[in-house]
Design a binder for this molecule. Structure first.
Ligand SMILES: [Zn+2]
Length: 81
């Protein structure tokens, strides 16, 4: 969808199409913004609590030390049983 197309729609008075076209372009802009942000900050899902967090190291799998320790101690208890 280009501005020329929008102008053509506007000439025809096709208001609903204009609204839809604008929304589609907005969604695409949001998608692109998320993609750029995802590349700049390494976001990852915590293996402990499932929350999204920003990785300080590329191999970081827990959102915090506390979360990592909690999973480690849970695994330790499961091994003991
Ligand atoms: Zn966590």
């Amino acid at each position: 969808m280009k501005w020329d197309d929008l102008e053509a729609l506007f000439d025809r008075g096709d208001v609903l199409s204009i609204v839809l076209a604008n929304e589609l372009m907005a969604y695409r802009a949001v998608d692109e913004a998320i993609e750029v942000a995802r590349k700049q900050i390494r976001a990852s899902k915590c293996q402990g609590c499932g929350a999204w967090f920003v990785q300080r190291r590329s191999n970081q799998i827990y959102c915090s030390k506390k979360c990592g320790l909690r999973v480690a101690s849970r695994k330790y208890r499961e091994r003991k049983r």
